[in-house]
Structures are given as structure tokens and as C-alpha cells.
Design a binder for this molecule. Structure first.
Ligand code: ZN
Ligand code: ZN
Length: 257
């Protein structure tokens, strides 16, 4: 698999950059994770949106889903003009219902999958998880600890595993599901000084490092940066938690898994 960072800022972007957005690709499948402000335009630097197979929104904070409306109009237009037939598989949480029900009406663009309704399938590291697929990517959804209901996601393909935290505090479930991940993409919303403010809903960079270490992740990539901070400061704290190499997500960078 290959991960391209489309945006890494939260909850607002730096000039010319984007909020949360990632493109995960196998040889045959293009999956977009999150659709934060500005991420749709970034996607189109790398692939044509008509070649997208799926889109996952982990939760309904605007810095994770605002550009779903761009994708909706782009896909509806392409289908109307006969440039594509297929719809995009969209994975969204149910809550808040006033948001999900509105998006679920965009049936000209999307095949809607409400994550809460996906049946519990395979067992991973002792946990029964909601299991779906997008092309040849197997998806496993894990509830997060956040101020809105949401999900983290484990993706497996060709013997490799990728784990994305979404927005979350630390939990046993996340630690177990992320076990031995080849790449752990983890939110790092603040520095040590922010620990009280972020408590239970987000991770500091150090906590992201500690979580990845506890999960025995092979590689840690931190993201979801407060734009007033320099990512290298966050990397330094994440490194002391992880005890090894940590990278900060950089828009446009590609990471091979
Ligand atoms: Zn966020
Ligand atoms: Zn959030």
C-alpha cells in the first residue's frame, strides 16, 4: 500500500494547505480517508477523483468531512455527463444523525455505508470488529474516544497493515487493534502542555508515541497538527514516547507500507 498525505492540519489549515485528508492506494484501489477543508483539491493533484473507489469519514467534525460536498458535486457531475457510471462507496458514522441523514441523500454520488450498521465480522487481536472492504482493501472499524462518536480504522492488504487513529484519546481497543501495524498514522493534537485540555478526546504527541509503542507499531507517522505549532516540536515529544523513529506527516509526501 501507499499513503499520500493530502492535509494534516486541524482544526484549520495553514495558507495553501489542507485539513485532514489521506489517499491510501493498493495496486487496484484508491481509498480516501477523511475529507477535511482543502483536501479534495489536493486529491486531484495525485489522481482523478473518478478513479476513487471509496471514501471514509471517521467522524463529523468539519476538519474531517467539509470537502465531502466537493466530492459529491464532482461525482454527480461526472455521472451526469457520462464520464463514469460507478458511485463511490462512502463510509460514515451515523451520529450526529442530522449530518449523516443529509449526506445519505446524496445517492447520485455515493453508495452509503453507515459504519454503525456494518456487521461485526472478523476477530482481530481478540476483538470482534465491524468489517468491510473497498476493492482489495479490508477495513476494520474501531470506536474512538472523542467528543463526537467516531471510528479509527485498520486497513489490511497483501499481508501489510495500516492503522489510522482518527481523532481519539488512548484506549485499550485502539492499542489492541493497532498491534504490530506496519504504519500507524496517529493524531498528535498538541504538546505536553496541552495534556489537560486534550484529555480523553485527543492525544498529545508524546501520548501518540506511547500508544504506538504499546501497540508495537513498526512505524509511526503523526498528524492532525495545531497550525500554531511546528511539527518538529511534536515529533521530538512523540519520539520520546515511542522510543524510536517518528515522522511528521507532510502534505504531498508519500509513504510506502
Ligand atoms: Zn480533528
Ligand atoms: Zn474531531
Amino acid at each position: 500500500m501507499k499513503l499520500t498525505v493530502l492535509g494534516c492540519w486541524a482544526p484549520y489549515p495553514r495558507p495553501g494547505e489542507a485539513c485532514s485528508g489521506y489517499l491510501l492506494q493498493s495496486n487496484t484501489t484508491n481509498l480516501m480517508l477523511e475529507a477535511g477543508n482543502g483536501s479534495f483539491a489536493e486529491l486531484t493533484r495525485h489522481i482523478h477523483y473518478t478513479s476513487l473507489s471509496g471514501q471514509i469519514i471517521t467522524h463529523f467534525h468539519p476538519d474531517h468531512y467539509a470537502d465531502i460536498y466537493c466530492l459529491r458535486h464532482a461525482v454527480e457531475g461526472a455521472r451526469r455527463e457520462g464520464r463514469i457510471n460507478a458511485k463511490i462507496s462512502l463510509f460514515i458514522p451515523r451520529d450526529p444523525v442530522e449530518i449523516s441523514s443529509k449526506i445519505a441523500d446524496y445517492t447520485e454520488a455515493f453508495n452509503i455505508n453507515i459504519i454503525d450498521d456494518i456487521p461485526v465480522g472478523e476477530e482481530i487481536n481478540g476483538l470482534k470488529l465491524r468489517t468491510a472492504s473497498a476493492g482489495d482493501l479490508k477495513l476494520y472499524f474501531i470506536p474512538t474516544m472523542h467528543s463526537l462518536p467516531g471510528y479509527a480504522v485498520l486497513v489490511k492488504s497483501q499481508g501489510k497493515s495500516f492503522f489510522f487513529s482518527g481523532d481519539t484519546g488512548a484506549s485499550e481497543m485502539i492499542k489492541k487493534t493497532a498491534r504490530d501495524a506496519d504504519l500507524f498514522l496517529c493524531e498528535a493534537s498538541g504538546l505536553d502542555q496541552d495534556a489537560d485540555y486534550l484529555k480523553n478526546f485527543h492525544l498529545t504527541a508524546r501520548q501518540a508515541g506511547e500508544l504506538a509503542k504499546a501497540a508495537n507499531a513498526r512505524r509511526l507517522l503523526i498528524t492532525h497538527f495545531w497550525p500554531e505549532y511546528e511539527p518538529h516540536e511534536l515529533v521530538n515529544q512523540a519520539r520520546s514516547g515511542f522510543g524510536g523513529g517518528v515522522e511528521a506527516a507532510v502534505q504531498g509526501n508519500i509513504y510506502t507500507i
